[in-house]
Design a protein around this ligand. Sequence first.
Ligand SMILES: Cc1cc2nc3c(=O)[nH]c(=O)nc-3n(C[C@H](O)[C@H](O)[C@H](O)COP(=O)(O)OP(=O)(O)OC[C@H]3O[C@@H](n4cnc5c(N)ncnc54)[C@H](O)[C@@H]3O)c2cc1C
Length: 304
Amino acid sequence: MLLRNLFLFLSRRKWLRTRMEQPGMAGRVARRFVAGRTLEDAVQVSRRLAGEGILVTLDHLGENVTNGLEAAASLADYQDALLRLRQERLSGTISVKLTQLGLDLDAEACRERVFLLCDEALGSGTRVEVDMEASGYVDRTLAIVEAAHARTGNVRAVIQAYLRRSEADVRRLNQLGIPVRLCKGAYLEPESAAFAAKREVDENYARLMSLLLADGAQPALATHDGKLVRRALREMARRGIGPAEMEFQMLYGIGRDVRRTILRAGYRVRLYVPYGAAWYPYFMRRLAERPANLWFLARNLMRA
Ligand SMILES: Cc1cc2nc3c(=O)[nH]c(=O)nc-3n(C[C@H](O)[C@H](O)[C@H](O)COP(=O)(O)OP(=O)(O)OC[C@H]3O[C@@H](n4cnc5c(N)ncnc54)[C@H](O)[C@@H]3O)c2cc1C
């Protein structure tokens, strides 16, 4: 827990981020979890995954932009991603963070950018997945997701099982017919907002997963936790839920064995494929999830 909190604290330090994101050894180490610095790197990875029967969602790395120009640039990056997915005939969605589209600066302009992306995604027959960030953003994020759903119906919300409020959010999204990606949650949160013990988070994940499998619209179960995946497979068999009605999602670079189990059972897997130069906060959250990754980082830096 101490190491997790330390990594999550460091993930928000700008001075360290600026140093680490310089081209060099650290960037090469980040490739354990990141497809590369460019959209073409992500397209190449997506093509390879498509060959293995795996779907993708592309994440152009970046969050908490500080001015409108950066937010507009993020929008353009995602428009490029949608265009490339269409050109390559890849079955891919995009995953966006609203702070990357300017949520902190101007919520209305951010919402318009989401609408634009949903319109373009609709033209390609795909959808926009709206990542969930720290708990202070949940209300504003869900409000924009609901508005986008009412307009074009091709958006997916993300719910974090570690948040105490999430059961109420899942019930509401189910009622509205909004697809949900269920994950455990990756940010540093106070105990008033989030369960602190892993056991409680896992139990809540199982509870929310059942709600989604019973009443959700096209749920996506995002986890590498073999126990939860096996539980989901059993529950889906019991409920008669087929591969067309849900999908599993996993992060690029993590959980190959679990992925194999899912594919063998005949269900769909979508990999979250991050790319771009602003990899530092994403990378630090991956270290926080599994402190053993620190040895991987240390080994590689020592070899340099
Ligand atoms: C597709 C997808 C989208 C996501 N989107 C969001 C989001 O929008 N907002 C958000 O807050 N979080 C998001 N997350 C991250 C999520 O909240 C968790 O932090 C992360 O998935 C780890 O939780 P877990 O379910 O794998 O369970 P855990 O209990 O953390 O891990 C289960 C097992 O998975 C493996 N594993 C997990 N993480 C790692 C790692 N970093 N390195 C190596 N092995 C690992 C280990 O074997 C571990 O024992 C997303 C995750 C996925 C898969």
